[in-house]
Design a protein around this ligand. Sequence first.
Ligand code: AMP
Ligand code: MG
Length: 334
Amino acid sequence: MPRKPAARILKGTPRNLELLARRLQAGDIVGVPTETVYGLAADALNPTACRKIFEAKGRPVSDPLIVHLHSLRDLAKVAVANSAALKLAETFWPGPLTLVLPKLEVVPSIVSAGLPSVAVRVPAHPLFRRLLKLVGRPLAAPSANPFGYISPTTAEHVRSGLGTKIRYILDGGASGIGLESTIVDLRNPAKPRLLRPGAITREQLTETLGCAIAWHPQRSGQIAKPQLAPGSLLRHYSPLTPLVIHARASVALAARSAPDEAWLFISKPAGTLSKNIYWLDRSGNLRTAARRLFAQLRSLDTKGYSKIHAELAGANGTGPAAAINDRLRRAAAK
Ligand code: AMP
Ligand code: MG
């Protein structure tokens, strides 16, 4: 059998966008840029198209997909909104915030993993928005990587992970945020719950809604109740190299480890630096650190280290540190 060619990376020219919109309308899957991470998109209302996402990623069908809309006006076509949802949507859309709401019948059960709810978001990336408009339908899209590996933040990452399993990737440059969206469960609007921390912080959500947002970060050994947060598996976003996290790391601690172990700091550490020491942002800006985290983990994964040590972000893990620490904990989970 002839081997399938590797996916083509296309620039966002009007012609290419037209081509990709037609492919999506015909039921194909396409790699797309978003401001969070790259997604693997399909027509959200076409179950056959959505099934291809699960096959290409090797994703269990028990893990539901996020549905991307062109605008807030499209929300009523797929979900039952409530006033808390509208408040958050008006404040943070387009942007990196996903809302879980009761779904309408048009949303196929493969998208919601058989649940009566759907996760929705209006993305901010200009090319993805133009594509959504051209397609004229909502697009379901999880991260465009083999299930369990580090999420892609460039078109090249998508090609290296999914290679011949898809035909096209739209190139929108490196993702500006670099971590998956914040997910808020609003099925019971009186009791909003944070399902996944992201660039929109729990503090911002609390301020907008004027009420507390419950969050139960998972610890090793704990399994989330699937009916509450399906697919929120503890181990996720992992490099192949074993990863160990540290609440506090230092150059002195690194010097006591084997030289074939890498150390990843949030900011440039003080002391004598050896070549197995890396940092995400010289001055420790957490937004910049978040944007670079996945690309840095991928890069360290290819350097032949026997272990990667990573320092957690400070500030008690609140604000943007919460999302970075959540991804590091999951990447380190056994
Ligand atoms: P991602 O892995 O980025 O595609 O994120 C999808 C995540 O959103 C899932 O793993 C769930 O935690 C959450 N999610 C998606 N759809 C639903 C839904 N219908 N009900 C509850 N949570 C959902
Ligand atoms: Mg994912």
